[in-house]
Design a protein around this ligand. Structure first.
Ligand code: FEO
Length: 403
């Protein structure tokens, strides 16, 4: 059965949702599922914007057929050649042999890498700023390399003032019938997943996202239609400001995030004492995570959110506890910058090793300030050592007050 939605006059959502997939890109947990958005704009010529993942291909093809209602599909715009959006191109060609494929020079190379069909006879190559008219609608193409892959472009419908934004402004999470941002309490229901999606998928490419935001600021946008997550039809400023902050690596919360490893509970004990000391001293909205039972994608997202991070880690096999090492390598890979870090270590027989290893990774990152006060726990904390926790807490409070 078709499952489509009209989102504007002659504009239809023909995407699909998947709640069976556990790991997006076989990497990121998606407990709330994922939506693959695709849009069909009917006019004198009918134009489809991107496809979906193969896993939901049957639903998508039924949706496209239903909306076309016997009419031709004239064009497919390929904004992004990652297979979660392009894997139905070949099926569309079989079903709609007259369909032309609008893409750029980078895209065409990738189509040839992924597929064996004759793309050269079907392709209409577009460049920055080029437009195409399909009747009342006129579309303009804006290149957005590395938001998320090098071939990415976004498409602006000049007539409707709609930006089809590819991966930008997307999110993890199925839509559950609420397609629009104002159908839900976005901050409560979506923001954490939108942040986790951005920081883990596109976070590395902050300068490229800034380039796209600059280009987008020169056009009048009434609606943003991303390839994942909700469609934005009001309060666009809210999500654009989030993207601006995230892509400049500016924290959203002037507060403290604590990430720890604790093999036998002794490091966790110190973390609890420190967070209570910080709470007593007026620090609000803190977050504490055990790296062992939190997927690293959540830790990356929270690290983009907070200004101050405490890393409390144990040694393991003559090195860093593996989950902490993975976390640090991930925030480095995602280019996280402009953060203030405090380090607590716990070792039974190699004091100093954790601090050295953490610092080794942090020094390879940009604009990371490591605070002076540390605490080298020898297996477990003693009451007489509380002053170390107090010193770390006081230094963090002082640092936050001066920000
Ligand atoms: Fe949702 Fe970069 O693909």
């Amino acid at each position: 059965m078709q499952c489509t939605r009209k989102i504007k006059e002659n504009v239809y959502w023909v995407g699909a949702e998947d709640r069976r997939l556990n790991l997006f890109e076989n990497l990121f947990p998606i407990p709330k599922g994922i939506a693959y958005n695709s849009y069909l704009i009917k006019d004198e010529k009918n134009i489809l914007i991107d496809t979906v993942d193969y896993s939901v291909g049957r639903q998508f093809l039924e949706n496209v057929k239903y909306i076309l209602n016997g009419e031709k599909l004239d064009y497919l715009i390929v904004n992004h050649m990652e297979p979660d959006h392009c894997s139905l191109i070949e099926e569309l060609i079989y079903k709609y042999p007259e369909m032309k494929i609008i893409c750029n020079n980078q895209t065409i190379k990738m189509i040839k890498q992924f597929y064996n069909f004759d793309i050269d006879s079907k392709a209409e190559i577009v460049k920055e700023g080029q437009t195409i008219k399909t009747g009342k609608h006129e579309f303009q193409f804006i290149m957005a390399p590395l938001v998320h892959w090098p071939e990415v472009m976004v498409t602006y419908d000049i007539t409707d003032k709609t930006l089809y934004s590819a991966d930008a402004f997307g999110s993890f999470g199925a839509l559950n019938g609420n397609l629009f941002n104002d159908d839900t309490d976005f901050e409560k229901e979506w923001l954490a997943d939108a942040r986790r999606y951005y920081t883990n998928i596109v976070g590395k490419y902050g300068p490229q996202v800034q380039n796209l935001l600059k280009k987008a600021s020169n056009i009048e946008i009434e609606m943003i239609c991303p390839l994942h997550g909700v469609i934005w039809r009001n309060n666009l400023k809210y999500i654009i400001e989030k993207y601006d902050k995230w892509s400049k690596y500016e924290p959203e919360e002037k507060s403290v995030l604590i990430i720890y490893s604790s093999v036998y509970g002794n490091t966790e004990n110190v973390v609890n004492t420190l967070s209570n000391y910080l709470g007593e001293n007026g620090i609000k909205n803190m977050a504490v995570y055990d790296s062992s039972n939190t997927d690293v994608s959540y830790l990356v997202a929270e690290s983009f959110r907070y200004s101050n991070i405490v890393i409390a880690a144990t040694t393991y096999n003559l090195g860093l506890f593996p989950k902490i090492e993975q976390y640090l390598l991930d925030i480095k890979r995602q280019n996280l910058q402009n953060r203030t870090i405090s380090i607590i270590e716990n070792s039974t027989w190699i004091p100093g090793l954790v601090t050295k290893e953490v610092n080794k990774i942090l020094t390879e990152m940009k604009n990371i300030k490591v605070l002076e006060k540390t605490y080298s726990i020898k297996s477990s904390a003693k009451d007489s050592e509380f002053e170390y926790i107090k010193n770390i807490g006081d230094e963090i409070v002082c640092n936050l007050k001066n920000k």
